[in-house]
Ligand binder design. Structure first.
Ligand SMILES: Nc1ncnc2c1ncn2[C@@H]1O[C@H](COP(=O)(O)OP(=O)(O)OP(=O)(O)O)[C@@H](O)[C@H]1O
Ligand SMILES: O=C(O)C1=C[C@@H](O)[C@@H](O)[C@H](O)C1
Ligand SMILES: [Mg+2]
Length: 214
C-alpha cells in the first residue's frame, strides 16, 4: 500500500503541521486532488470523512440518519483535529467542516487551499444523485445555496484558491503542486514568492484576525 492510500483512522496525537489542507464544496474534487497530490509527493493522506467513517464503523449517510447532523459535526471536528496533528501530510476536509467555528479556529495558521467550482461542473462530477445527506432533497438548489453561504468562509480561511471549473484532475493537481512550489518555482504567497494568491491582510493568520470571529 502506498503512503497516499494509507488513510489513518487514528492520526497521532501531538503538535503537527500538515503540508496542505484542502477545503471546498461537495464534489469539487477535494478527496481526489488531495490523494493525487499526496501520491505525487509521497506524503500521507488524511480525509476527515474517511476518518469519521472508520472510527464510527458506519457510513456518513447512516450517521446522519441515525444520530443527526449535530452528532456528525462532533465526530467531524474530532477527525479534523486529529488530522491537523499530523506533520507533512495532505489533509482533505469534508465540505461542511470549515463551517464549524471550532474547526475554522483550528485551521488558523495552516496552509489551507480552497478548491473552487461552480454548479455546472459540480453537478457533472457528482451527478447530484449520490448519497450525500445534505443534498438528498433538491440537490442542485441546495448545492448553490450552501455554496453561497460557505464561500466567504472558504475564502477567508484559504491561503490559496484554485479554480477547478472546466479543468481535469491532472490540470488541477499541477496547479496545486505549483502553489506549493513543487514544480521548481517558489511557493505562491511565500516571502520572496512571485504570485501571492491571497493578499497578506486576508490570510487567516494575519495580525488583527486573531479573535476567531468567523
Ligand atoms: N477536476 C476534476 N475534473 C473532473 N472530475 C473530477 C475532478 N475532480 C474530481 N473529479 C471527480 O468528481 C467526483 C467527486 O470528487 P471527490 O469525491 O474527490 O470530491 P470531494 O470534493 O471530495 O467531495 P465530497 O465533499 O463529497 O467529499 C469524483 O468522481 C472525481 O473523480
Ligand atoms: O458539505 C457537507 O456538509 C458535507 C460534505 C461531505 O464531505 C460530508 O462531510 C458530509 O456529507 C457533509
Ligand atoms: Mg471528499
Amino acid at each position: 500500500m502506498s503512503r497516499a492510500e494509507d488513510v489513518s483512522a487514528t492520526a497521532p496525537d501531538g503538535p503537527g503541521r500538515p503540508r496542505l489542507v484542502v477545503i471546498g464544496p461537495p464534489g469539487v474534487g477535494k478527496s481526489t486532488v488531495a490523494r493525487e497530490v499526496a501520491r505525487r509527493l509521497d506524503l500521507a493522506l488524511h480525509d476527515s470523512d474517511t476518518i469519521v467513517e472508520e472510527r464510527a464503523g458506519r457510513s456518513i449517510g447512516d450517521i446522519f440518519l441515525e444520530d443527526g447532523e449535530a452528532a456528525f459535526r462532533e465526530l467531524e471536528q474530532d477527525a479534523v483535529r486529529a488530522a491537523l496533528t499530523t506533520t507533512g501530510s495532505v489533509v482533505a476536509l469534508g465540505g461542511g467542516a470549515p463551517m464549524t467555528a471550532a474547526v475554522a479556529e483550528a485551521l488558523q495558521g495552516h496552509d489551507v487551499l480552497f478548491l473552487d467550482v461552480g454548479i455546472a461542473d459540480a453537478a457533472k462530477r457528482i451527478g447530484l444523485n449520490r448519497s450525500r445527506p445534505l443534498l438528498a432533497v433538491n440537490p442542485r438548489a441546495t448545492w448553490v445555496a450552501t455554496m453561497e453561504e460557505r464561500r466567504p468562509t472558504y475564502e477567508r480561511l484559504a491561503r490559496w484558491q484554485v479554480d477547478t471549473a472546466g479543468r481535469g484532475v491532472d490540470e488541477v493537481v499541477a496547479e496545486v503542486l505549483a502553489v506549493l512550489g513543487e514544480d521548481g518555482t517558489q511557493p505562491h504567497g511565500e516571502p520572496g514568492g512571485s504570485r501571492p494568491d491571497v493578499p497578506d491582510a486576508d490570510r487567516p493568520d494575519a495580525p488583527g484576525d486573531q479573535d476567531g470571529s468567523r
